[in-house]
Design a protein around this ligand. Structure first.
Ligand code: NDP
Length: 325
């Protein structure tokens, strides 16, 4: 049997974790033959709730769950972690200014970045889910100078999957056959879902759809505002689909995307005019435990404008936390 992989998950008492942990333990993320050790972090006041989640994990009798423990200490949670999924973040509360939210989260993610730097496996793969995810990933990366910067990523996969679903619905084709879709930028309503290069069984998606009005008036706003639509319908934020996207992000990163483009928020190397280091949603292909950004795609005027909008938002977020780093 393979040696277990240590997976740290923060915000372990939360909604997203309640979907995520069971799927990690069942093998959905790292494979049906890969044992895991779950190292769960949450705040002191959430420890009792995490104990309940652990009881349920035990009661599932998952053959792949080699061990699970909970702690409120990041250095304990991240000890030797090979994968770290950072879900816990300070939620936006009523009357809270955007700058206050950024600061509250900056404190959490500087501390967690420093803890990862100190105790995690030297090749730990980090996925930030907690919002503002891209900037939180940037902060953690900056706070972990001894770890490879490229291993700090943010989740754009939910936006990607939402876009896949809209294209499948519009074309009546199977979602599995859609290739070369990408979502640029920030995990926020400014993200730019782009199907200019997408194909279905080799046919061009823009040609198949051929409806500029649908693109501008339905597709982009539906993908951008899906989170709000779910809150309105369900009375609660999306959690199972967010957890699923986290599973797919890490699964593809570790096990490969089999040639398919997927979207990951990754530190920019300056390609496409994106400031180096900013964590930006980009099309990537994953192979052998690494991701590779798809380079040299043509950027037309509309795309340049849309990428510029989401880039500006991320630059502003970075500026708001710069003095803390
Ligand atoms: P959720 O589990 O629903 O969400 C957690 C985070 O994921 C939020 O920042 C949320 O952003 C974000 N998120 C990203 N994508 C999505 C999406 N598509 N849909 C919904 N959320 C998304 O939050 P809960 O409040 O249920 O749980 C949070 C847990 O984190 C609590 O147990 C809390 O104690 C813990 N926590 C732990 C910390 C730590 O370990 N140090 C620090 C802070 C909190 P958004 O707010 O924008 O919805």
């Amino acid at each position: 049997q393979k040696a277990p992989i240590r997976v740290a998950v923060t915000g372990a008492a939360g909604q997203i974790a309640y979907s995520l942990l069971f799927r990690i333990a069942s093998g959905d993320m790292l494979g049906a033959d890969q044992p895991v050790i779950l190292q769960l972090l949450d705040l002191p006041q959430a420890q009792q709730a995490v104990r309940g989640v652990i009881m349920e994990l035990h009661d599932c009798a998952f053959p792949l769950l080699a061990d699970v423990f909970a702690t409120d200490n990041p250095e304990t949670a991240f000890q030797d972690a090979q994968i770290a999924i950072l879900v816990g973040a300070r939620p936006r509360s009523k009357g809270m200014e955007r700058a206050d939210l950024l600061h509250a989260n900056a404190n959490i993610f500087t501390a967690q970045g420093a803890a990862l730097n100190k105790v995690a496996s030297r090749d730990v793969k980090v996925l930030v889910v907690g919002n503002p995810a891209n900037t939180n990933a940037y902060i953690a990366m900056k706070s972990a100078p001894d770890l490879p910067a490229r291993n700090f990523t943010a989740m754009l996969r939910l936006d990607h999957n939402r876009a896949l679903n809209q294209i499948a619905l519009k074309t009546g084709r199977s979602l599995n056959d859609i290739e070369q879709l990408c979502v640029w930028g920030n995990h926020s309503p400014t993200m730019y879902a782009d199907y200019r290069f997408a194909t279905i069984n080799g046919q061009s998606v823009p040609q198949l759809i051929n409806d500029a009005q649908w693109y501008a008036e339905h597709f982009l706003p539906t993908v951008a505002k899906r989170g709000v639509a779910i809150i309105e319908a369900r009375g609660l934020s999306s959690a199972a689909s967010a957890a699923n996207a986290a599973i797919e992000h890490v699964r593809d990163w570790v096990l490969g995307s089999k040639g398919r483009w997927v979207t990951m928020g990754v530190p920019s190397d300056g390609a496409y005019g994106i400031l180096e280091g900013l964590v930006f949603g980009l099309p990537v292909v994953c192979e052998n435990g690494e991701y590779r950004v798809i380079k040299d795609l043509p950027i037309d005027d509309f795309s340049r404008e849309r990428i510029g909008i989401t880039l500006k938002e991320l630059e502003d977020e970075r500026a708001a936390v710069a003095h803390l780093l």
